[in-house]
Design a protein around this ligand. Structure first.
Ligand code: PHE
Length: 341
């Protein structure tokens, strides 16, 4: 009977119905209709018993083949549903292993802060006290006490950020223009021998490749009964040799002027690396403390002498690492900063 319109029709109906089943529940319900107890196929099988053995054998085989084809259509559709389910789960649980992981990065000290710490260590090791002071200063500590009276032309060497607030004398407060403002403050609370360094932030209206409106300085001060310019040279060169970890440092003391030192010198150092190699960069002001300043410290200038220096931390850092532009330190570009970790 295979090939008979009946069986072919049953198979075609089952294939179509199974293929159209929208979900597993519908499919299993349709299964009963084509393969269950009350299905046409089961009825045909039951009817076989009434036939002659010869005919029964032939027809039975045909019905079984038809039944297998219906089961095959059912299983194919079941497979489609389970494949779809797996694919759906795979898509939902997909992990893109090529994405960079969520790392929490570890911070590190800014290169200028590394210089700050290095310098503190070096001077501390040769007996200097490390002190700290206010960033907002009075006119007196920043200028007048340092032998720069009001209207003195030397004040215009430093373009100053003034605040609206005023001090007790009615003079505007200001952001300290140099760490030298700490010289007299420190000497007012420490007796000689005075041997201190004061690192800190300073401010001037200035901005180019070697100047920035906020920068860091370290002030050094050594006052005792016979501290000379030779001591300044000895201490400063020893410091630079330790800081740069080499003995062949090229520096020069260039005669200069500061109101609070006499004689005065600027200390220049030669770039060894980077595109500035061969150029000189001023790294420090320095000199013998002026008698008027000693007087403002409450010290007798006939008894005491000493030296002071004020060095730029950004500039020392530029020389140490061959950095060409000071502004790189303040741009917060991680590609630049990571080179110093
Ligand atoms: N305070 C000076 C400056 O900022 C540097 C300096 C310090 C000079 C100490 C002499 C002595 O330019």
């Amino acid at each position: 009977m295979i090939g008979s319109p009946d069986l072919e029709q049953i198979i075609a109906d089952a294939q179509r119905v199974f293929a159209n089943a929208a979900d597993t529940a519908t499919l299993e319900k349709e299964k009963a209709r084509f393969l269950g107890k009350n299905s046409a196929l089961t009825a045909l099988l039951k009817g076989l018993s009434k036939l002659d053995p010869e005919v029964r054998k032939r027809e039975g085989a045909g019905i079984n083949v038809a039944k297998q084809r219906v089961e095959k259509a059912l299983n194919a559709r079941r497979q489609e549903f389970s494949d779809a389910l797996i694919n759906q789960r795979l898509a939902a649980e997909a992990i893109d292993v090529t994405l960079p992981g969520l790392r929490s990065s570890v911070g590190s000290l800014h290169p200028v802060m590394q210089t700050w710490e290095r310098i503190e260590q070096i001077f501390h090791s040769i007996g200097f006290d490390v002190a700290d002071g206010p960033e907002i200063e009075t006119d007196w500590y920043n200028f007048t006490a340092l032998n720069s009276p009001e209207n003195h032309p030397a004040r215009s060497m430093q373009d100053t950020f003034y605040l609206d607030a005023k001090d007790a004398q009615g003079r505007p407060l200001l952001l300290r223009t140099h760490m030298s403002a700490m010289q007299v403050r420190y000497a007012q609370i420490h007796k000689p021998p005075i041997k201190s360094i004061v690192p800190g932030r300073t401010y001037r209206i200035d901005s180019d490749a070697t100047h920035s409106p906020m920068f860091h300085q370290i002030e050094g001060l050594w006052i005792d009964e016979s501290i000379s310019f030779a001591d300044l040279k000895g201490v400063y060169i020893a410091f630079l040799r330790q800081f740069f970890e080499r003995n062949d440092i090229l520096i020069r003391f260039r005669p200069s002027y500061f109101p609070f030192t006499e004689p005065s010198a600027e200390i220049d150092m030669r770039f060894e690396r980077g595109k500035n190699a061969g150029c000189w960069l001023e790294i420090s002001g320095s000199g013998q403390v002026h008698p008027n300043v000693l007087h403002n410290m409450g010290l007798d200038p006939k008894l005491y002498t000493g030296f002071a220096f004020g060095s730029g931390l950004e500039r020392l850092t530029m020389l140490r690492y061959g950095v060409d532009d000071m502004r790189s330190f303040f741009e917060n570009d991680l590609r630049f900063l990571r080179q110093f970790t």
